[in-house]
Design a binder for this molecule. Structure first.
Ligand code: NDP
Length: 499
């Protein structure tokens, strides 16, 4: 780090020195090396344990959203390829996977976890290149958590009767899994690990903008010696996902993505025997009471909305601050967002990386425009942003009312809508006034207040005095338009079993 000689404090105000940012500290670039990663120019479909050419003969580009440069060409699976992948998964299920002793299955899952750990550095660089997230996050959160998920579920493979006492848990068969672009490898792990531990085989479709780490996972799966066809990874667009959903030899659909597509999927499987879990959008309330440790709460709010550029289904995108501390919290928040470094995802100093795609940046900018036109007041960090690539400054909106679209709709970007409240009852009403119900956060010194709120808020996960804490042992999932079913923990096993 290069430290300049400029002063870092300004004149005291009200007896306490006010910090001035962007004047005293300059960070020298600290780019993560790309020298150790291995990427092919072109990736085929992973079916039956091999990389095979798509029957369409079509490929599409995956680009780096921070530079807009092409990274590789990716195969597009059509209906025939989806069918081939499902047949391969069915064959592997009947032939060996469902018959294999659970403790043997566990060995493969452990091996996948270990191989992810061994290749963590490579995977995190590729994740940041393909998706735009800051390397600090892919290195310290996404990739270790992905390995942990495999590790955790490997442990359950031979203990299912303890997870479901007095029952005879049985696998479902072939699981079709469709994942989004915000946590590409982690979502693949959330889906594949419990499916394998419970004796199912898998056809996974990653998102079109972030297929690379799933394809690297395919290489790891090959290296692990997992029997051919137990996991198949097929790339493509929305219609590839739709083909998987409609395939009549799929027993289970696990989907993470938008509420809009979730509804299409639910309609598609209605009247079939397919089991479904949907993990959809969110518009989480993060609530600060006046007795909360404010600095800690502000850190939690920053993490809640700017982690992964706000591309997080459980992002704390609505902030409710108790009126008596509103001015103080707002000042602290504005100061704090001025310190966030927006830029090159591969720089270890970067806090907020690139927006995942041009179309997502357009969506975010559209909502920023809507916020302004609805009369809310915008504050954006003054940080410089790169000229090339898709970037968005951390953004706050005040003077927001419950009916504003920026307070009701999922933006999926670094945009926070701030409102105030006076009483517990008022904030519970406001927090629950959303079509979503995935997550929430409460900041207070009082345990009783935490228990009061957590029992009254319709949200699948409520964090108290912390935010965005993920662990393979904890179930995750929503209410209302945030979907149904749980992933993670013992609950995550149930989604892949008849019992
Ligand atoms: P989608 O829901 O469209 O994408 C999620 C996954 O579903 C992708 O793999 C996608 O493929 C696939 N898919 C798309 N259409 C279908 C279909 N008809 N049947 C089956 N699978 C399908 O999300 P988007 O990427 O379009 O993002 C749009 C908005 O959704 C975001 O702005 C955000 O608000 C929200 N979102 C929420 C997420 C969450 O975790 N809650 C995650 C991602 C997005 P492909 O990538 O090829 O389109």
């Amino acid at each position: 780090m290069a430290i300049s000689t400029k002063k870092t404090t300004a004149k005291p105000t009200n007896g306490s020195p006010k910090l001035k940012f962007n004047t005293g500290w300059e960070y020298a670039p600290a780019p993560e090396s790309k020298g150790h990663i291995q990427l092919k120019d072109r990736y085929d479909l992973f079916i039956g344990g091999k990389f095979v050419k798509p029957s369409s003969g079509n490929y599409f580009d995956t680009i780096n959203p921070a530079t807009e440069e092409k990274i590789a060409e990716i195969a597009e699976a059509n209906t025939a390829d989806v069918d081939k992948a499902v047949k391969s998964a069915r064959n592997a299920y009947e032939k060996w996977w469902k018959k294999m002793a659970p403790k043997e299955r566990a060995k493969y899952i452990f091996r996948i976890s270990r191989l992810i750990q061994e290749r963590a550095r490579e995977l995190s660089v590729i994740e940041s290149m393909d998706g735009g997230k800051a390397i600090r996050e892919s290195r310290d959160i996404d990739i270790p958590l992905a390995a942990n998920h495999f590790f955790y579920y490997a442990g359950w493979a031979d203990k299912l009767e303890y997870a479901f006492p007095n029952r005879v848990p049985q696998s479902l068969g072939v699981a079709g899994q469709i994942i989004p672009w915000n946590f590409p490898l982690l979502m693949a792990a959330w889906k594949i690990a419990p499916a394998l531990a419970t004796g199912n085989t898998v056809v996974l479709k990653p998102a079109e903008t972030t297929p690379l780490t799933a394809l690297k996972l395919a290489e790891i799966i090959q290296e692990s010696g997992l029997p051919e066809g137990v996991v198949n990874i097929i790339t493509g667009f929305g219609n590839t996902g739709a083909d998987l959903v409609y395939h009549n030899d799929v027993d289970k659909i696990a989907f993470t993505g938008s509420t809009e597509v979730g509804k299409i999927i639910q309609r598609a499987v209605a009247g079939t025997n397919k089991k479904v879990t949907l993990e959809l959008g969110g518009k989480a309330a993060n609530i600060i009471f006046d007795d909360a440790p404010l600095d800690q709460a502000v850190e939690g709010v920053i993490n809640g909305i700017f982690f992964n550029q706000g591309h997080v289904c459980c992002a704390g995108s609505r902030l409710f601050v108790q009126e008596s501390v509103y001015n103080k919290v707002l000042r602290k928040l504005k100061d704090r967002i001025e310190t966030l470094i927006v830029g090159d995802p591969l720089d270890k100093n970067t806090d907020v990386g690139a927006i995942n795609s041009k179309s997502q940046l357009e969506t975010i900018n559209k909502y920023i425009g809507i916020g302004k036109s609805e009369g809310a007041e915008m504050f954006q960090s003054s940080c410089p942003i790169p000229k090339k690539g898709f970037f968005c400054r951390p953004t706050l909106f005040t003077n927001v009312s419950q009916s504003h679209r920026i307070a009701q709709e999922e933006i999926f970007g670094p945009v926070l809508a701030i409102q105030t409240f006076r009483t517990d009852e008022e904030v519970i009403e406001k927090a629950n006034n959303t079509p979503y119900g995935l997550s929430a956060g409460v900041w207070t010194d009082k345990g009783s207040k935490i228990f009061n709120l957590t029992t009254k808020m319709r949200a699948g996960v409520v964090w108290a005095n912390t935010y965005n804490k993920f662990d393979p042992t904890s179930p995750f999932g929503g209410y209302k338009e945030s979907g149904f079913g749980r992933e993670g923990g013992v609950h995550g096993l149930g989604a892949y079993l008849k019992y």
